[in-house]
Each structure stands twice: as structure tokens, then as C-alpha cells.
Design a binder for this molecule. Sequence first.
Ligand code: HEC
Ligand code: HEC
Length: 372
Amino acid sequence: MPHLSTKLAIVNEEPKPNETERTLIYTAKSIVLVALLFILCSLIGMSVYFWKDSSGQLKSANTAAVAAENAKAVEKVNLIPTDAWKAPEESTIPDNEYGNMIRYGRELIKNTAKYLGPNGSVARISNGMNCQNCHLEAGTKTFGNNYSVFFASYPKKSARSGKMADATERIADCFQRSLNGKVPELSGKEVQAMLAYMKWLGSEQEKGKAAFGSGTEKLKYMDRAADPQKGLLVYQNKCQSCHGQHGEGIKAEDQQAYVYPPLWGAHSYNDGAGMYRLNNFAGFVKNNMPFGVRYPDAQLTDEECWDVAAFVNTQPRPHKEQAQDYPDRSVKPIDAPYGPYLDKFSEQQHKYGPFTPIVLALKEMESKSDLK
Ligand code: HEC
Ligand code: HEC
């Protein structure tokens, strides 16, 4: 291989550096090495510095976020005014016969089915639901359809019947409608115990005074009608896991009461019940469902509440004859789902909205009749 040997020859022919040149090259190499080391060190140093700095920044960003969260929490706590309604202390239940009535009343609200359901031990007059399924935490929860102002507002004229009504008749209403059952004996021990409990609950409530957090929250009306199609999606995503694909709920092992109560079908509230009205349903869901939600930490938007209310209340349920309801049409709630009405809006619009045009029309009628 002559080629290679020539190359080798050429390499070999390079002049050999002398002693001074070698020292020079050696020094140059060292300088380059030191410079490289210096650059490397400063790079490491700088990155450590910046890393530290940015983590410091991260830290302060985190602190800011936590502070903002805390501020929000404080703001939310502030949304519940200090004079909001609260149930009286347990210790205020007297330690006597009357106190026992109060306690029995509370037990009946919590476990209605056990005593008065289809297999009830006292009477069999209702559908298996408990009052507490809708009046949460035995009727004590803020915006959980509580009994705060109930006792203080009776006796009063019932808009639904048009007659002066006693508090016991209002209790009976929920038996007939919400529990799709029979009227219990109004002077009987059970109704009287429930009444004693509600009286105790409302004992710090002044008559005629509105308490913050009472009943359920009244949601703002939407500009459009509530939409059952949109409500179906809310139902599937947020409700179905507990209340079931067919709204049938899930019964407890002993088959007495429900773990998850039904929202429609044969065992649910009938179409004469308060929950069948969109305002009540949407307002209830807002601060209470999915189960565990509490004011002011609602999970659903108002729109989702209206739409899911429309969906659930288009599903089949027991019927209650209600031609006799609201003889005075001027006090009929605008979302009462059955006519006749004072205005000319359709039954459909009264059931699903939009409600604002109805409110405005009724106001105008009222101001005209005031002028007369
Ligand atoms: C399916 C849900 C549901 C169930 C179950 C239910 N209720 Fe109600 N109840 C309501 C709704 C909704 C209202 C508010 C209705 C309205 O304003 O028209 C209401 C209102 C009441 C009120 C009037 C409260 C007030 O401040 O004026 C009383 C009293 C009452 N219910 C008692 C009972 C009792 C007792 C039971 C059990 C036997 C019961 N409810 C079961 C939904 C229910
Ligand atoms: C994690 C389970 C769970 C989810 C999810 C849930 N619920 Fe409930 N719901 C309950 C329970 C439990 C009760 C009864 C509460 C009690 O007895 O204390 C209830 C009660 C109700 C009631 C009153 C009682 C009745 O049967 O009529 C309505 C109305 C209701 N839920 C609607 C909804 C809607 C609408 C959604 C979806 C936005 C929803 N729930 C999601 C568990 C759930």
C-alpha cells in the first residue's frame, strides 16, 4: 500500500518542536483548560443561582395563591351573615315528657319510612321516603329546605287551599304530596311530635322576620326556558351515579328506607308536590346536590340546576288531582305546573319558563287593578 506509507512518511516528516515551543504549547493548553474550567464553574454557579431564584419565585407565587384562596374562604364565610338562622342547641331540648316528644318528632323526620312507610311500624301511609330526604339534616341545614321560619308563620291562609291552615295541615300536605301518601291523624302522636320538634327548631325565630338561609335559595330566572335535553346531560354526569339511570334510587339493605331516594317513578313524590315546581327543585339542588355540597360552595351553575330540574320533572311520577288547588289565582305561584292561570301564558311556559315575562305581565295587571 504505497499510499498509506507516503502519508506516514509525510507525518513523520513534520518538524519536531524545540524546547521553548513545547513550553509555549504546554502553557497555552493549560490556559485554555483553566479558562474552560472557569466557564464551566461559572455556568454551574449561575444555574444554581437561577434555579434557587426561580424556586424562590415559585414559592412566593404559591404563597400568593394560598393567600388568595384564604381570602376567598374568608369571603365565603362572610357570605353567611352572623345573624343567619341556626338550629337551637341540642341542650335546649327539655329533659321531660315534652322533650321526649321533640326527640320523637326528630326521629320521625329522619326515619319516616321506618314508622310510617309501606312496612311502617306505626301506620302504613306513605311511599318509603323520609322527610329528611328533602328537609336535610332533619330540617336544620342552611338552604337545605329547613324548617326555620315554618312554625312562626302559622297559622296562616294557605295559598294552595285558600283557607286558614293550621301548621299540622301543612305537615299533612307533605305526606299527601311529597310522600304520595295519606293524611295522617292530625291530633295523633306522630304529627304532634313532628310539630313539637318544628316548634322547638323555630323557637328563636321571630314571627314575620326573614331569616338568612331559610328554606331553599331562590335562584335568578334565566332568559330562556329550562331545557330538559341539557338537563339530561347534567343528570347523567352529576346525579345518576346515586339516583339511578331510571331515577329509581337505591334502597337500604333492610328495604325500609332509601340510601339514595327516587327522583321519579312510582315511589317518588307526586306531581302536586313542592319539588314538582321548578323554583323549589332548582333552589334545592343548588346548595345540596350532588350530596355533600353546602352553601356557599355550590357545585352546579344556576343554569345546570334549572335544566336538571326540567329534566327530572318531565319524567313520569304519580298524579295528584289538583283542580281544587289555588282557588285564588292571584296567589298561585308562577311555576305551578297546572292551569288555569290569571295570565294568558301557556302551561308549558309556567312549568319551564322563561318566567320573567310572566312576572312582568302579572306586575302590570296588579298595577292596573290598583289604579281602578
Ligand atoms: C320530595 C321532597 C319532600 C319530602 C320527602 C318532604 N317534603 Fe316537606 N317540603 C318540600 C318542599 C319542596 C317544600 C317547600 C314547598 C313550597 O314552598 O311549596 C316543603 C315544605 C314543607 C313544610 C313547610 C315549610 C315552611 O317553611 O313553610 C313543612 C312543614 C313540611 N314540608 C313538612 C314535611 C314533612 C313532615 C315531611 C315528611 C312527612 C316532608 N315535608 C317531606 C319537599 C318535601
Ligand atoms: C353522592 C350521591 C348523590 C348524588 C351524586 C346526587 N344525590 Fe341527590 N340525594 C342524595 C341523597 C343521599 C339524598 C337524600 C338525603 C338525605 O336523606 O339526607 C338526595 C336527595 C335528593 C333530592 C330530594 C329527595 C328526592 O328523592 O326527591 C333531590 C331532588 C335530589 N337529591 C336531586 C339530585 C340531583 C338533581 C342531583 C344531580 C345534580 C343529585 N341529586 C345528585 C344523594 C345524591
